[in-house]
Design a protein around this ligand. Structure first.
Ligand SMILES: Cc1ncc(C[n+]2csc(CCOP(=O)(O)OP(=O)(O)O)c2C)c(N)n1
Ligand SMILES: [Mg+2]
Length: 515
């Protein structure tokens, strides 16, 4: 058994049985091993950013990592933006990068680069395998590293000779540490903060936004009167009928300041102190009021659910009745297409257990209120701010959950970074409806231009934020990659098209003309 085969066997035995890949010569032995080892599903991506974003979406839904397979430094470089997003979301990824054979590196042939240095800032763990005998152990360590709470990108670099030389057989994944339990002090402090009077808030992210965490937050809030909010961006949030509905801290700084104004004590549950995405002249970086005191109930790597159970007990909220969202979808919107009409129709159209992948950018920002009484569903967001995540994330989520419908709410500019995702969706026949929001612009940046106080803005500047001349035709782009679709210009057409897409088994694209 060569090193490559020992690695593939180690991955499959370790539960990593999906690989999003874009291989090259240095990865050919890994590719060849796929046919000798049962149990590894290999999904071809036509750009590395699709592979890395899909690995992120897969792990968020499957709750275990996928592997990637990338070609040397340049392949990694193409995948780094979505690895950045995965790392910020604490998503476990086993990121495998091929390299030249150890003895070949000295010749500095064309594809040679310092892969470790390139991987470092976007990975929580990096290792280069020294020889074929170590590949399996290194692979097993990479799985454990990726899954160590709260989860991270583990990059394993494989020189060619480590793949083709004789290996040592498959290796067993070391014991993965459990999430640490919080201290009694953390509980007492949090309880004190919530009971010290009005104006307290629980700020949630991570595990706290899953079913059990939400239910506990609801009980604690009902008992103590505290407000509950989620971070602006979260890895995964359970929503809709039967769940406790939680609003997020708004993205625009002024709205965030208003939402948090008056908060005297904030209890962080896996979350961080809220700060602005960017600095703006004359606006604060911190979004909470100056007088707000912070208490950490649980850190991202700790067991937030256990902490909230304990906290509920501490404040006497374990049996507190709670008010959960009912199934009460809005009526389908009619007439002109606008952000709020799309939100309203979405609230009616989200299917039972749908997965919403949200890269709606400026159009999608206000979609929460109108969808809170929809069928139960899962909401995935970008935690790293690097756009071009939506289509890959949807691809990976659909691979992880073949029995659930994925709706990718997707802004046009962001779509164009990783549009090749559609080809993978077609090849794998993934159940994804892409709602492509075509506003022919980087609309958010038009607002940002004003927000940062840029003066004397003229044609040249505005052209950098404009996606017309030529206009993109997303139905044609999709069709060229094997994905059927249609363009809609009214809400009536929108409603019918999304329903048609949801009825199809496989990918479908609805191009929504916003201007
Ligand atoms: C990798 C990366 N490049 C550039 C940006 C800067 N950026 C932020 S939003 C945006 C435009 C988004 O346009 P679109 O997806 O069409 O959404 P809209 O603003 O129109 O709603 C850009 C270029 C970024 N965040 N990440
Ligand atoms: Mg746009």
């Amino acid at each position: 058994m060569n090193g490559a085969e020992s690695l593939v066997r180690t991955l499959v035995n370790g539960g990593v049985d999906v690989c999003f890949s874009n291989p090259g010569t240095s990865e050919m032995h890994f590719v060849a091993a796929l046919d000798r080892v049962d149990g590894m599903r290999c999904v071809l991506a036509l750009f590395e950013g699709v592979a890395t974003g899909a690995a992120d979406g897969y792990a968020r839904m499957a709750e275990k990592p996928a592997a990637t397979l990338l070609h040397l430094g340049p392949g990694l470089a193409n995948g780094l933006a979505n690895l950045h997003n995965a790392q910020k979301a604490s998503t476990p990824v086993v990121n495998i990068v091929g390299d030249h054979a150890t003895y070949h590196r000295q010749y500095n042939s064309p594809l040679t680069s310092d892969i470790e240095t390139a991987a470092e800032p976007f990975s929580g763990w990096v290792r280069t395998s020294p020889d074929a005998k170590h590949v399996a152990i290194d692979g097993a360590d990479a799985i454990a590293a990726a899954m160590t709470p709260p989860g991270q990108v583990a990059t394993l670099i494989l020189p060619g000779d480590t793949a083709w030389d004789e290996g040592a057989g498959s290796a067993v994944v070391p014991k993965i540490p459990e999430r640490a339990k919080v201290s009694e002090d953390a509980i007492k402090e949090a309880a004190r903060a919530l009971q010290a009077g009005p104006a307290a808030m629980l700020l949630l992210t991570g595990l706290a936004l899953r079913d059990k965490g939400l239910e506990l937050a609801a009980r604690i809030s009902a008992k103590t009167g505290c407000r509950v909010m989620a971070q602006t961006f979260n890895r995964r949030m359970e929503r809709g009928a039967g769940r406790f509905s939680v609003e997020r801290v708004p993205y625009p700084v002024d709205q965030a300041l208003a939402a948090l104004n008056g908060t005297k004590r904030m209890v962080l549950v896996g979350s961080k102190e809220p700060v602005a995405f960017f600095a703006y002249p004359d606006k604060p970086s911190k979004l909470s009021p100056e007088y707000c005191e912070f208490t950490t109930l649980s850190r991202p790597e700790e067991d937030s659910v256990h902490a909230m159970e304990w906290l509920a007990d501490e404040v006497g909220a374990t049996k507190q009745p709670v008010d959960l969202s009912k199934y009460a979808p809005p009526a389908l919107a009619k007439g002109k297409i606008e952000a709020m009409s799309i939100a309203q129709s979405l609230g009616a159209l989200i299917p039972e257990n749908g997965i919403i992948v949200d890269e709606g950018v400026s159009t999608g920002r206000g979609f929460f209120p109108a969808t809170k009484n929809a069928h139960p569903h899962t909401w995935l967001q970008n935690m790293g701010g690097s756009i071009g995540i939506g289509m890959p994330l949807a691809t990976g989520a659909a691979v992880a959950c073949p029995d659930r419908k994925v709706i990718n709410v997707q802004a046009d500019g962001s779509a164009m970074y990783t549009i090749q995702s559609l080809w993978t969706q077609a090849r794998e026949n993934l159940d994804i409806v892409t709602i492509l929001l075509n506003n022919r612009s980087y609309a958010i940046l038009r607002m940002e231009l004003a927000n940062v106080g840029a003066q004397n803005v003229g044609r040249k500047a505005l052209d950098m934020l404009d996606l017309s001349r030529p206009d993109l035709d997303f139905v044609k782009l999709a069709s060229g990659m094997g994905v059927p679709g249609e363009r809609v210009t009214t809400m009536e057409e929108f409603n019918d098209a999304v329903a048609r897409g949801l009825a199809v088994k496989g990918p479908y694209l609805v191009e929504v003309m916003l201007v």
